[in-house]
Design a protein around this ligand. Structure first.
Ligand code: ZN
Length: 240
């Protein structure tokens, strides 16, 4: 009788422990990680693109009875999405891309620390096949370049041969951790044309400096601007 009782209380304790640890686990699994670059005067701007100006039209310290701001910037500011129309004549505008493209599993691949390009050889060093959405964490993140107002022309980019592999494999979304995915001053925007030509939107300007590579769930929501080729986004990931 005694041993039955103690077994019973042991079982109860075990159930409570399992319940508590399951709750703790699901809470940590719920935790979203923000991979959006902060928009500020320190956000790098691609040479020739519109400057980012975040101004106060009215503010309390000037005696105004309210705060009122005005944002002026290019559509490709900070973390943003490129829709096909960016480089494809009559290509899809951002509002024509289903939101389901931006929500779901994503694989974050940690590129070789000194890789200047994600080309086919670099891509194939990693487990990328089978992933629906792929974001590349490169030396751009390790150097914190999405938080540096100075533009770094030697940023790591995705080379056309890698873009072709991704497009041919049916990847639905590709992202990188600097404000462009194309080699700086490339003669032709081949990487953009390969991906956008297959209706694969491109995410640029991700802030992956604090992210551990691996598989995540992605929630990426672009501003609902109508008829344009790009817009800033808010991008979040969490462990599935
Ligand atoms: Zn862009």
């Amino acid at each position: 009788m005694n041993s039955v009782k103690s077994f019973d209380s042991l079982l109860k304790a075990l159930i409570v422990t399992v319940a508590l640890s399951t709750a703790a686990f699901s809470q940590s699994a719920m935790q979203w990680i923000d991979i959006t670059a902060p928009l500020s005067a320190n956000t790098p701007v691609f040479p020739g693109d519109a400057p980012i100006q975040l101004d106060f039209l009215k503010q309390f310290k000037n005696g105004d009875p309210l705060t009122l701001s005005k944002f002026t910037m290019g559509a490709h500011s900070g973390t943003h999405v490129d829709a096909p129309l960016h480089f494809i004549p009559n290509g899809k505008t951002l509002d024509q891309i289903p939101l389901s493209t931006f929500i779901g599993p994503v694989r974050i691949i940690d590129c070789s620390p000194n890789a200047l390009a994600v080309d086919a050889a670099e891509l194939n060093k990693h487990q990328w096949r089978g992933a629906k959405r792929i974001f590349f964490r490169t030396r751009n993140s390790r150097n914190h370049w999405m938080r540096d107002s100075q533009f770094h022309p030697d940023f790591t980019y995705v080379a056309p041969d890698a873009a072709q592999l991704l497009a041919d494999a049916g990847v639905e979304l590709v992202g990188i951790d600097y404000i462009s995915m194309e080699k700086f001053k490339a003669e032709q925007p081949q990487t953009h044309r390969i991906l956008l030509g297959k209706d694969i939107p491109i995410i640029e300007g991700l802030d992956l400096q604090d992210v551990t590579p691996g598989d995540y769930e992605l929630m990426l929501l672009p501003i609902r601007v109508m008829g344009h080729e790009a817009a800033p986004v808010r991008a979040l990931i969490r462990k599935p």
